[in-house]
Ligand binder design. Sequence first.
Ligand SMILES: NC(=O)c1ccc[n+]([C@@H]2O[C@H](COP(=O)([O-])OP(=O)(O)OC[C@H]3O[C@@H](n4cnc5c(N)ncnc54)[C@H](OP(=O)(O)O)[C@@H]3O)[C@@H](O)[C@H]2O)c1
Length: 260
Amino acid sequence: MFRVAGIARWTPVWSEETVTMPVALITGGSKGLGRALAEALARQGWDLVLDARTSVVLEATAKEVRERYGTRVAAVPGDVTDAAHRAELIAAAGELGGLDLLVSNASVLGAEPLVRLEAQPLEGLRQALETNVVAALGLVQEALPLLRASAAGAVVAVSSDAAAEPYGTWGGYGASKAALDQLAAVLGVEEPGLRVWAVDPGDMDTDLYEAAVPDDGGERRPSPASVVPAFLRLVRERPASGRFAAPALLEEPAADGGLR
Ligand SMILES: NC(=O)c1ccc[n+]([C@@H]2O[C@H](COP(=O)([O-])OP(=O)(O)OC[C@H]3O[C@@H](n4cnc5c(N)ncnc54)[C@H](OP(=O)(O)O)[C@@H]3O)[C@@H](O)[C@H]2O)c1
């Protein structure tokens, strides 16, 4: 197969045999931010590999995205903490022709609702670290050969402002996101041929937020879809590896035309 995805990221590449489009793997792609990003990339012609633990929701999302945008969507149900599942995800990307963008988005809170550190179940913290950090690194390790082979390989680690700010009750989850940020930062140094972006999407109206803070006073938060343009901007402009916050990415370009 003739593959130059990433050079012509949104332009179909014609060969005598086939057309290839860039491929993104999004963990936790069945709902919330992962689904919104999947839809936006599919609208631009990306082929997708999506995962989530709840098969029926994942399959429904994949079917809708396929029917609406006409791209190839591999739905691979499973838990990112399972090494065999991570290998399946990368194999699915390989079957689509490679991997240009890996989005580590699937996360757990470690306590639902969130609690103060004095009451944080240690097993919950272990689960948060296993899902949000260990599995994310495991998937990167599995994905590196395909990402390095891409002309425009990139990794997005979905972070949180809880990684950097000491909000009460967000300690366990925030610690896992801080660890994820540091892995992303070091990966960016170690893999200069890739782009590695940790992205704080800001608060969003999703099941995860509702589970974290069920009694939030009914305050309205942005939809995941409203945050997605920040991610698309990174993919389009390909700034140097680093940590970004979606609200800043959604603002107008800086005077020099670059990212702030
Ligand atoms: N919502 C916010 O306010 C907010 C703020 C800052 C950062 N974030 C971050 O944004 C990202 C997306 O969160 P969201 O708010 O969109 O949450 P969401 O709507 O609850 O979606 C989470 C997705 O991850 C999947 N998932 C969870 N654990 C998984 C596992 N072990 N293996 C595979 N899939 C798994 C879920 O499906 P299953 O449950 O079926 O597995 C679902 O598809 C997360 O990294 C979160 O930490 C969210």
